[in-house]
Ligand binder design. Structure first.
Ligand code: SP5
Ligand code: ZN
Length: 344
């Protein structure tokens, strides 16, 4: 298998995030990708290739023009507000929540940042756009490899993507790589694409982008949003809308869920994917389901990722794998490589 590696990932280096009123060191760190790459090379899982520039069109196929316009210039505008801002990441301080208008774009940078954000946990930095744009190119290049006949390709990128919606950032995500890849596969002739999301957190962005569509299935196993981020989406009664009715499956599990219970949910997810009969699978691979993850609460062990890999590969589908979350830095390389093992 080839890994399409984002050589620009470390241009995004969030310093901190907010937790209970305090600024704490960011969990989504640059060395996450370094550890995965090191383990990939240690196990000789395959060639590491550079992404091809796909321009903006495939990103604009799933994100709004106004949001991408904002992302491209956001850092320069943040610093233009006050040169003293340069050492600090940008965070929103105001939001266009219910009853407030989100259809009129304010001139104020602070107001735009809030309009285009779902949380205050996602530091926007000097290189966030470039890292996320290159991440999309990784996912697109991996999709191209699969379209050209590769069984599997791995987009090794950060920051992650599955929380980013058509019109907003959040949950450490700016551009939704899995959605960009799924849409690209559709445009290049795959008639049905399934996205399976095994990150600990519900991929609210991916779900919402495809919610009313019958051509892209979204299936997710995740921490119950009643207690876990992203809180406001990911419930079991979200099954799709309009033409997309029945093309969304959420399998929320309580914090503290064991590996055996998680694997039961995986079988339900796999059955749904099989019944949809997609031509291609996009796998949103987060390893924050690990028992040692510092922000998540499932109980998977490192060897469980080998079993996960076997069950996923048994689908027998051409698969584009996109790296998402996972914050246990010491084990992230081993866990991710284990999850890829049956594909390699
Ligand atoms: C892609 C992805 O995995 N995004 C996750 C975003 C989670 N953001 C909320 C994190 C809350 C952190 N809580 C700190 C707990 C410290 N013990
Ligand atoms: Zn996650």
């Amino acid at each position: 298998m080839k890994a399409v590696y984002n050589h620009h990932h470390s241009l995004h280096q969030g310093k901190s995030e907010f937790f209970r009123g305090a600024q704490v060191p960011a969990f989504e760190r640059a060395d996450r990708a370094d550890h995965v790459l090191a383990e990939w090379q240690r196990r000789k899982l395959g060639e590491v290739v550079a992404p091809k520039d796909h321009g903006l069109a495939p990103i604009l196929a799933v994100h709004s023009q106004r949001y991408i316009d904002f992302l491209q210039t956001a850092w320069l505008r943040w610093v233009a507000l006050d040169p003293g801002n340069a050492p600090r990441d940008a965070f929103p301080s105001v939001w266009a929540i219910r009853t407030l208008r989100d259809d009129v774009l304010p001139d104020s940078f602070a107001a735009q940042l809030g309009l285009f954000s779902m949380d205050s946990g996602t530091p926007l930095t000097a290189g966030s756009w470039q890292a996320a744009k290159t991440g999309a190119d990784c996912a697109l290049t991996a999709a191209d490899l699969v379209l050209a006949g590769a069984r599997t390709a791995f987009a090794l990128t950060r920051p992650p993507g599955h929380h980013a919606g058509a019109d907003f950032l959040g949950g450490y995500c700016f551009v939704n790589h899995a959605a960009v890849a799924a849409q690209h596969l559709r445009g290049k002739g795959a008639s049905r694409v399934a996205v399976l999301d095994v990150d600990y957190h519900h991929g609210n962005g991916t779900q919402s982008i495809f919610y009313d569509r019958a051509d892209v299935l979204y299936v997710s196993i995740h921490g119950d949003p009643k207690t876990e981020f992203p809180f406001y989406l990911g419930h079991a009664d979200e099954t799709g809308a309009g033409a997309g009715a029945g093309c969304n499956l959420n399998l929320p599990l309580p914090a503290g869920t064991s590996a055996s219970r998680w694997f039961e949910a995986l079988e339900l997810a796999l059955a749904k994917v099989r019944a949809f009969a997609p031509e291609v699978l996009v796998l949103s691979l987060g390893v924050d389901t690990f028992e040692g993850d510092p922000i998540s609460h499932f109980k998977l062990t490192s060897v469980d990722y080998l079993r996960m890999s076997e069950r996923l590969a048994a689908l027998g589908l051409p698969t584009v794998i996109v790296f998402e979350g996972g914050y246990a830095i010491e084990e992230i390389g081993v866990n991710t490589a284990n999850a890829l093992m049956a594909f390699a």
